[in-house]
Write a protein of this length. Structure first.
Length: 213
């Protein structure tokens, strides 16, 4: 039977997760990851001074004290500035402290889903744009054709109101697309230096800034 594996992470801890110099908000023994024989992963904050956080699907972090996680969970120790430290849980069992193979593999998958979501939204926006234009025209056309039948003021109001009406029916998806794109900057980041990665970086499985791979 396999045994329980425990990993302490912090500035004074040993192991694959090496905290670089200057990460002042990380405690000596900051957090613990336990891998149980049944394959479940547990993250526990060891009463650290600045807290342990996990990243959700939107890219935002929330503070946790004890939680079941997965190897893909992104964990932040300490503050959300340069004094904090972010890593993927799986790194505790990496081949070496400088091996980010697993992380880049996960990032490739995440990037694929991200681009899919962006393209999907772009298509909807384009389609709705066309529907809006066409139906706007459909509303304007009778006004034009009827010409003298309607007094100019009513015609003017109808023409002015048509795009607003149509815009209301086909609610603009731009803010949603922007939110999806913004998420990319938070989620598709280098597993070592935490800076946003380009599509090129992810495809080539290497960060062009810190050269982590
Ligand atoms: Zn990097």
């Amino acid at each position: 039977m396999e045994e329980v594996k425990e990993f302490i992470i912090g500035r004074g801890a040993e192991g694959m997760v090496v905290i670089p110099e200057g990460k002042k908000s990380v405690s000596h023994n900051h957090a613990k990851i336990t891998i149980n024989p049944d394959g479940t992963w547990i993250l526990e904050d060891l009463k650290s001074a600045n807290g342990t956080f996990i990243r959700n699907n939107n890219g935002d972090f929330r503070r946790v004290s004890r939680l079941q996680i997965t190897p893909d969970t992104t964990i932040r120790l300490g503050t959300g500035d340069t004094f904090g430290f972010t890593f993927m849980a799986h790194h505790v069992i990496a081949d070496s402290p400088e091996s980010y193979e697993y992380e880049f593999r996960q990032l490739s998958k995440a990037m694929e889903l991200q681009l899919e979501a962006e393209h999907e939204k772009e298509k909807v926006i384009e389609r709705n744009g066309w529907i809006a234009k066409c139906s706007g025209l459909l509303l304007v056309l009778p006004c034009m054709l009827l010409g003298g039948g309607i007094d100019p003021t009513t015609r003017y109001i109808l023409i002015a109101v048509a795009p607003v009406l149509v815009g209301f029916i086909f609610k603009n998806d731009m803010p949603r697309l922007k939110a999806i794109r913004k998420r990319r900057e938070k989620v598709i980041v280098c597993p070592k230096c935490d800076r946003p990665l380009s599509e090129f970086d992810v495809t080539h499985k290497q960060c062009s800034r810190c050269k982590a791979h």
